[in-house]
Design a binder for this molecule. Structure first.
Ligand SMILES: Cc1ncc(COP(=O)(O)O)c(C=O)c1O
Length: 387
């Protein structure tokens, strides 16, 4: 059994009801969505999909009491961000982002920039945090149409001050799009309370679902302003050659990942039973234990904060004179799974001073144990001493 310290890549293991729900759907039901004759199995799939939208609306603070029509499914948050950014931003518009973003935000923005969208990248501090005054100053110097950024860093675990940023967006009438890849399911968050234009999520990290399912919680008025990125069969309005404008069909063409939705629904119910606060507290405890142990490893360099101060339990480190890829390889040989390199976030590494060499990332999850943390620390000390 390996020691999994790579929960920022995907949470693992999953709660037992998740794979069971995927299996039960595929073996016991398995009908397509809105593409049958309203048989019992067809209606079963329809109910499951609506129920999952309802649960997402409740868990992530959807608008109009979590109106399920304003929850869209995608394959992952990368697709969600592409749908929102390419669906809204037009040449001449200005979008603000931060220097801590994942390529899921930066790459679509760089493509849009080539088409005439102005991209403003705001610098974050050495802990990976954006000072809301930097954003305020930007908004006072020019008209900003959208702010898009991650809630929590996949590199160093920094959590951004989204309350202050959302207040500024509210005052200045700016669409706020949030990447919650690392925070949904781990930190309580409400799209409607923050006034988000779109909350983008992925199902397989803190939300504990399977890979291949993600989505968007929309502000209804913002969904109206966006153009669909993918068009095709929706199982509805089949007489129409044009994409329906009604939600959720507008942004959902093609057969959705129904086994993924089955698993995500089970995961949302499991999270509700355990409680996001309990999950967060447990991850913090394990993170603190790992952090304190790491501090005593000779030659360790932290990229980002070396305190627990409200961050996620995700740590980026290097060891003087050693290659993080080699260290990750040695740890893997000892049964400890981490992630070295650049973590799809070159800009974030530049911000934290770890570009181009990258860093070793360690990330605990709800199912990590104290024993696993201690084993990881022991192995890291051994590797660091061997040099
Ligand atoms: C902050 C952040 N945004 C976006 C993504 C992309 O997630 P996915 O591969 O599920 O689309 C990740 C994944 O590591 C992430 O950590």
């Amino acid at each position: 059994m390996s020691t999994y310290m790579n929960n920022a890549a995907t949470s693992w293991p999953k709660p037992d009801p998740v794979p069971k729900a995927v299996f039960d759907f595929m073996v016991g039901r398995g009908a397509n969505l809105a593409r049958g004759a309203a048989s019992g199995r067809d209606l079963d799939t329809m109910d499951m999909v609506i129920e999952c939208r309802e649960w997402l609306g409740r868990t992530l603070g959807g608008y109009r009491d979590g109106d399920p029509r304003y929850i869209s499914f995608t394959a992952n948050i990368t697709e969600s961000l592409n749908v929102v950014l390419k669906g809204y931003l037009k040449p001449g518009m200005t979008v603000a982002t931060t220097s801590m973003e994942h390529n899921a935000v930066i790459r679509p923005l760089r493509r849009l920039e080539k088409k005439g969208v102005k991209v403003e990248v705001m610098g974050c501090d050495g802990c990976g945090k954006l000072d809301p005054d930097v954003f305020r100053a930007l908004c006072e110097s020019k008209k900003v149409d959208m702010l898009v950024m991650s809630h929590g860093s996949n590199l160093c675990g920094a959590v951004q001050d989204v309350d202050s940023l959302s207040r500024i967006c509210g005052e200045k009438d700016i669409h706020f799009v949030l990447d919650t890849a690392q925070t949904a399911g781990v930190i309580p968050i409400s799209a409607s309370k923050l006034g988000l234009a779109a909350l983008c999520f992925t199902g397989h990290k803190g939300l504990m679902g399977p890979q291949g399912i993600g989505g968007i919680v929309w502000k209804p008025s913002f969904a109206e302003l966006c153009e669909p990125f993918v068009e095709g069969g929706t199982g509805s309005f089949s007489h129409e050659e044009h994409q329906p404008e009604s939600m959720p069909d507008k942004f959902e063409s093609g057969t959705p990942n129904l086994p993924g939705i089955a698993g995500l629904l089970a995961a949302l119910k499991w999270i509700d039973e355990i409680g996001i606060d309990v999950i967060h507290k447990r991850e913090e405890e394990l993170g603190s234990r790992l952090l304190e142990g790491l501090k005593s490893v000779p030659g360790i360099v932290f990229h980002g904060s070396s305190e627990m101060d409200g961050r996620l339990p995700v740590f980026a480190v290097n060891f003087e004179g050693m290659d993080n890829g080699v260290i990750a390889g040695k740890l893997a040989d000892m049964g400890i799974e981490t992630r070295p390199g650049l973590h799809c976030a070159p800009l974030a590494h530049r911000t934290l001073g770890s570009f181009p060499q990258g860093a070793l990332r360690l990330s605990v999850g709800f199912f990590s144990t104290e024993e696993q943390v201690d084993m990881t620390l022991k192995a890291i000390k051994q590797v660091a001493e061997e040099g």
